[in-house]
Design a protein around this ligand. Sequence first.
Ligand SMILES: Nc1ncnc2c1ncn2[C@@H]1O[C@H](COP(=O)(O)OP(=O)(O)OP(=O)(O)O)[C@@H](O)[C@H]1O
Length: 488
Amino acid sequence: MLSVQQVSGGYSGEAILKDISFQVEQGELFGVLGPNGSGKTTLLKMISGILPFQQGEILIRGKRLQEYGIKQLAQMVAVHSQHSSQSFSYTVKETVSLGRYAHQKGWFQTWSKEDEDIVQRVMDQTGISSFQNKNIQELSGGEKQRVFLAQALAQKPEILLLDEPTNHLDLSYQKELLDLLKLWTTENGLTVISIFHDLNLAGLYCDRLLLLEKGTININHIPNEVLREDRIRDVYHTKIQKHPHPKVAAPQMVLLPEVNRGTKVIEINETMLHVSNEFIDLRSPSPLRTMSSGVVGSGTGWHQSFVNRHVSKDYNCDDHRVEMASFLKSKGFEPSETVGMMTAVWLEDVAYQLLEQNNFSIFVVVTAGVGNAVDASKSEQHSLQLTPGTINTWIFVNGELTEEAFIQSIMTATEAKVKAMHDLMVLDEVTGTIATGTSTDSILIAASQTGKLLDFAGTITPLGKLISKAVYQCTTKAIQKSQQRKKT
Ligand SMILES: Nc1ncnc2c1ncn2[C@@H]1O[C@H](COP(=O)(O)OP(=O)(O)OP(=O)(O)O)[C@@H](O)[C@H]1O
């Protein structure tokens, strides 16, 4: 659809863009990225024919840009600029209708039913129909933005050029606009070339990205390749980290602020642990990075409070998340900052231990009830029955964990727990074999992310050794206490 071939040029003879070559296929949503002043707007101006270039060629559908007449080019290419200054005192509908100009024929231009239908449709799609008779000068920045997008869409172009289309738009309109553009590209074959400052929106919606750096192409590739930590750090000179989007296969980047509220070195230990009959809690002086299977606060996150709550054996687990959240609130814990677990065991049977090594330490807390014990290798013999009898394991690490170490910590702790059950010969009552856990066990790894960097947590690494030992010993002790209680 569009071919830019070795284009160089800029303003007053100075070459802002140098030797730019790339192609955009029909129906692509193509993002242009780059730091301030890297030449993004200059490139769009050249493609739209506003700014002549000194060298190279720009071809649209194989024909040189210079060979198109003004009106013919306007039928092919529409430009939506954040700097649109054509407000004057037109109404919204009149402004959108100007987009039909390129399609009107002859000296006596008539307004056809097709023109009217298209204008009404694009106004509906951009959510501006309700104020179509308002003067454009009375609109907010975001509303104006949508009017100019509607005007560009009314032009029914084959190529739509956008300069930061989401600028001024609130969150929901950003999403609606980009969803709409995506729909127009996939269903109508519209080709969109858009400048983005928001790398995450570009990563989420674009098929390909062109990254400009000082007027040259750094890379032209799929988002996952362009949005690489090292590349973005070098081009934008800023600290960022890449994360997968939780729902979509798209790269997302987060900024790493220089002033980080979690940099104070802290040590989580038993002085922060409170045990009552109702719940065990630990409040950390600062948020900890967590990976857990708690009823509240599961998955990965940052949490500051940790609660293991006693519930009776006949606790109704139907809407346990909602019920647990309201319980936490009633006890003064903020659910969004808390990892919450449940257990039916007596909380005073808790076992905990602080283990220290060179420059880091771990604090492990275990409650264990094994009435519900299951041999994982024979679990198909069990029917699904969610009861709160469970082993809850908390591992606080006073150190910095990699993502790998978080996952390995869970594996190592599980192995240590299984071994404790094995050595105590805890039986699965259905199969009569040695159990490996209970059906509702929960685990928490919570790291201060300050101090010593701990890359790994496999069983024979320094961190893994402490986890193995503390989890084995605490699980053993907690099971013994609970078994002892049953006997008496
Ligand atoms: N009309 C102009 N006359 C002269 N120089 C200009 C003109 N417009 C832009 N420039 C210069 O060209 C360079 C590239 O500008 P351009 O607007 O293309 O960058 P950009 O990547 O779009 O930046 P931003 O992210 O800040 O919008 C800048 O150094 C700028 O000062």
